[in-house]
Design a protein around this ligand. Structure first.
Ligand SMILES: *[C@@H]1O[C@H](CO)[C@@H](O)[C@H](O)[C@H]1NC(C)=O
Ligand SMILES: *[C@@H]1O[C@H](CO)[C@@H](O)[C@H](O)[C@H]1NC(C)=O
Ligand SMILES: *[C@@H]1O[C@H](CO)[C@@H](O)[C@H](O)[C@H]1NC(C)=O
Length: 255
């Protein structure tokens, strides 16, 4: 580069001043919000439709880094064979949703498609999931390709790994974490945790309208029956005492 003349040097110093101002007013990092789920678990579809979708209301999404991990209580048996809690249809839809996330990394785009599929799950019409391509106006081709090649399975094996690496381990689905901390059965209240975890000074409207009371996870009761992983846990034991209110439990192997 040639030596800088006076005007360029002036310009450069402006750039430097501007850059340093920018650094000091750098926005706080977004709050990581993750949903570990499986596509056919009723409480998961209800959470996605009734609660998680509201992350787009009142600008909450501007402070959230939302990650969906469709794998849940599936298991790997033998030679990389994935067995899903609610059967082969669930494995198919887990992979389809994983492919959607892979093909459209923008959460605004893949959530639209996943919302559509989970709406059908909630209505008991998930076999019509392919109608979501047309409904959300997306090209089915890359998804079909991802599913038909080994790529979809590779992503699911990756999701198996990150789900299996959770600390503390997940006990049921939906399993929601904010800033990598699980919300246990208080997951429906995720907004309060997100707002509390955010370090920025300017909060979105969604945070201002909240009572800001984060209750302890021990006191939390699920609104809907969650799907437990195969091994019974302490929590399962304590909550199974009110079966009528809780509804039918999903354990591995049933569909
Ligand atoms: C907010 O700041 C605290 C303390 O530095 C840090 O531990 C936490 O991870 C930050 N939260 C986010 C969402 O980055
Ligand atoms: C396991 O899968 C790999 C890759 O598909 C294959 O090469 C291998 O023969 C399989 N092993 C068994 C024991 O089935
Ligand atoms: C995830 O993958 C890493 C790297 O291959 C491996 O060390 C780890 O044991 C895996 N964890 C699980 C739970 O599968």
């Amino acid at each position: 580069m040639a030596s800088l003349g006076f005007p360029s040097r002036l310009l450069l110093s402006y750039v430097l001043v501007f850059a340093s101002v920018n650094v000091s007013s750098c926005p706080a990092p977004k709050v990581p919000l993750a949903l570990y789920y499986e596509t056919l678990c009723p409480a998961c579809s209800i959470f996605i439709i009734n609660q998680l979708s509201s992350v787009w209301k009142q600008e909450l999404i501007t402070i959230v880094d939302l990650k969906l991990v469709p794998y849940g209580n599936a298991e790997i048996q033998g030679n990389d064979t994935i067995v899903c809690q609610h059967g082969p249809d669930e494995c198919l839809l887990n992979t389809v949703e994983a492919c959607a996330i892979d093909v459209w990394p923008d959460v605004n785009k893949h959530f639209n498609f996943i919302y559509c599929v989970e709406q059908l799950v909630k209505e008991g019409k998930y076999k019509k999931w392919q109608s979501c391509f047309k409904k959300t106006r997306v090209d089915p081709k890359p998804i079909v390709e991802c599913y038909n090649t080994k790529h979809g399975k590779e992503i699911e094996l990756y999701y198996a790994n990150i789900t299996g690496s959770l600390q503390p381990p997940h006990e049921y689905v939906p399993w929601v974490t904010v800033n990598d901390q699980p919300l246990y059965l208080d997951y429906a209240n995720f907004k309060s945790y997100v707002c509390k975890a955010y370090n920025g000074t300017s909060l979105p409207k969604a945070c201002k309208s909240l009572p800001h009371q984060v209750i302890s996870v021990e006191k939390a009761k699920p609104t809907y029956e969650v799907s437990y992983a195969e091994k019974p846990t302490k929590m399962q034991a304590s909550y199974s005492s009110s079966p009528t209110k809780m509804g039918r439990k999903c354990t591995a192997g049933t569909s």
